[in-house]
Design a protein around this ligand. Sequence first.
Ligand code: GDG
Length: 485
Amino acid sequence: MSRIVLVSNRVADLSKASQAGGVAVAIADTLRARKGLWLGWNGRIGDRSEELNAKPALAEFDGTTVATLALSSREHDDYYTGYSNNVLWPVFHSRLDIAQFEAGYYQRYLDVNKRFAQALRPLLKPDDIIWVHDYHMIPLGMELRALGVTNPIGFFLHIPVPPAQTFLAIPEHRELARGLASYDLIGLQTKVDVGNLIDYLQDGVFGRILQDGRIRAFDRELSIASFPVGIDVDSFIGSRPKRGREAPTATTRLLGVDRLDYTKGLPQKFRAFGRFLEKYPDYRRKVILSQIAPPTRETMVAYTDIKHELETLSGSINGRYGELDWVPIQYIHRATPRKMLVDVYRNSRVGFVTPLRDGMNLVAKEYVAAQDPGDPGVLILSRFAGAAEQMKEALIVNPYDVEEMAKSIKVALEMGLTERQERHQALLDSVRSNSTYDWCRSFLNALESVGRRSTLAIPTSPSDAARKALQEIELARVSPRIQPS
Ligand code: GDG
């Protein structure tokens, strides 16, 4: 079996990965089983001398070799904060309006990828298979090819692919496309993303769909397919005691758990809850919205703006509707320990997950996993979360439609036990059928098979597949299965 070589912006701390949970654990386990190597940034910001350093620090952890490099402060500013998080993150989430296309960002982004490729090259063995992760590292495959690497190289993008017209707005879109074309396999979260990328490659850089389903672009042939990231239900719920739900009293809770990011739709969610209290006054004093929103990328303006907006909104809704014995919005701008999250999910009547755009959204899956099957809560889910493609039994909403979201809260709170159980069972089956381990396995199997030059079955008309996925999400929107209160 080939060794797996993984490259990502950050390397997880393998001694703590099991506590952190999620995708990092599955990756760490896979690397351990395959005696793998993981290369990435060590999180340290050093001086200019780091830019010449192509020799990573090596450490062994439980059968995995961890190779790390530091960034210089200008690399951190331009590659990480600049190009990755002020260009690619907003544009890929369809927020062209806040992207900062500044001279110099792309060059440094490329330089860092080149340095990582140079650091990796001497560590590679002939039969390694290489798995590159996420938007920070798009050019890495191209840089490895330039150094003569012929091993199979796969790329997985955790965030969404925007529609072709949005992708085209990136000044360096051709260079990014050339980078993408150097991989043998590109894994995306959803069929919609696959359709968007293939549309872009056809429209933007004259890519062609071959008869076997692969794409030909920049004189290379590559496969593009969806590999939705999942969660491992049993390890997530762990051995937490199975307690029943608290009686629906003043603490009946709607729950949101999202990094404080402008893609997560938090102001719209707060407004929808405010509108719900305005429209359905009988629910005042009976329901609260708890929003856990740990800080992220706090030095960037777009993030401080959204923080202020949320503080103002929660303050004004609490001021308008709150009572001495009831505060409608609990807004917690700190991380909550993972062990506690399971109980909070379980004791919340509604999981309120309404990103404006999201690659997948694991919170939606964790909420379902944590429910008591005998008395489950209801998931309200944005149609623009990648998870909506698999979770059609949730109450699917448009996160820009505050009125519809307010109505969906009422529907969720009034849903009868039988419908809640039916929806939950279907959602749980779907979450269980696609664990993080399945995701790792299926991507690596596909990469090994494209490495052997066989092909992947992908639709020959990707736009049709994407359209079909969108239609199914549309059909699942807040449905008429509402039971009268
Ligand atoms: C990217 C893509 C894609 C959140 N708050 C706390 C906490 N969390 C945990 C959740 C969940 C994880 O963080 C968040 O995962 P998401 O999937 O929602 O989002 P991103 O961080 O944006 O991740 C995303 C993902 O990659 C995987 O491919 O789904 O679309 O954007 O596990 O539980 N954990 C703890 N305390 C918190 O306060 N302990």
